[in-house]
Design a protein around this ligand. Sequence first.
Ligand code: ZN
Ligand code: ZN
Length: 431
Amino acid sequence: MKRPKLFPLRPLEIGTPQAESLSSYVCRLAEAHSLGVATLIRWVLVPEIGIEDHGKGLRYLSSSGHLVNGVGKVAKDWLEALVRLTEGIVPLIGTNLLPLNPVSTPRHLLRKNTAWCPQCLEESISRDEGPHEPLLWSILLVRSCPKHETLLSEICPYCKNKVPYFSANRRVGCCAVCRRWLGGEYEPLEGRPEGGAEALARSAEIVGKLLADLPSLDRKIAPESLAKGIRTTIELSSGGNLTVFARKIGKKKGAVSAWRSGKVVPSFQELVRISFATGIPLTSILTGKFPENINFQTKEAVEWVPMKKTKSGNSYKNCETALRKALRTGLERDPPPSIATITKEIGVPTRYAWLYCPDLAREVSERRKNFLALSFDMRESVFMEELFMTIKGLEKLGIYPSLGKIGEKIIRKAKLRRDQGRILWEAEIKS
Ligand SMILES: [Zn+2]
Ligand SMILES: [Zn+2]
């Protein structure tokens, strides 16, 4: 078999709502080769795509990085180039929205800069695979994390900049500008919508389910199947009555009629809204294929404009003193506990720490963040050190350091197994 030009790193969580985005994959790929992101893009990817002027590759570093995750030509070029560079060994379908190409317009589809869930990032640090950025976060419509029910962050808490998808040495989960780790649990209080939590959560969930289905959608969606999907949706949810359906999704009858006949393709936002109002999965609407026992709700559809009121603080009115004390003690503890842990211990919602003691909360969170960032780097370097010593030790004994032999000696065997391709590849390059 031909050796691929790039190590075929596996994209993470493909086929799930947390599927890794292509932009995140490129960053991790650069890191796996000990290359800067800019170097990988400029000297490996762009020549493979066939853009003659290498300088053009750099525009992705500033303003156009998001296109990589989208439905258009850039998304197609990058995906195909990466498939060629890795010899198609790992499936990359589902890392961007390309499968939606025939039925989607790129307008208002993607965020121009990254968004992230600090808690997802924080949790990912204890995984062997390390952090990745899900495609879900790059979709403009998705504003909350379905896992943690918090708003996604879009501004770096340290340097207050927006974070582009790529920069010269960007690492996944880190700010592209100040390069600091973005995981943690600080909660952006500004811009928090008054109500809307339920609507936000549900639309994130709807989109997440679609992303999980992306790998199986490849080249199977045609505009005709979308028109069929809409017809069936109207049939199932409103008994075929166009007026009822139009009212249900808050649209004019004429618009719905044009979708039904296939003359007009609804925007992504409108598609999510249809799924939202009818309870029919987005994948079914897009493909026109409905599972037999489809479970949708026509009676109790949640309104697009959310109804959930934010809780009043009454029941926790006197928690401030206890909170302050717990946070102070938290600052002394080792290893540094998270704010979630501290507040859970005294039975107060996490966000109250930020509401009542923002300064203390920041201190606790900062301490935790530094601890986590450090332990991630340390785990990596400890592993590489151990690997190096094992290889040297085997060589000294006159034993060929095969993966099997290394595996017998090394503690984190799972990591070795997963990264063995990379390690072999690196060893081959060195020899
Ligand atoms: Zn999350
Ligand atoms: Zn920053």
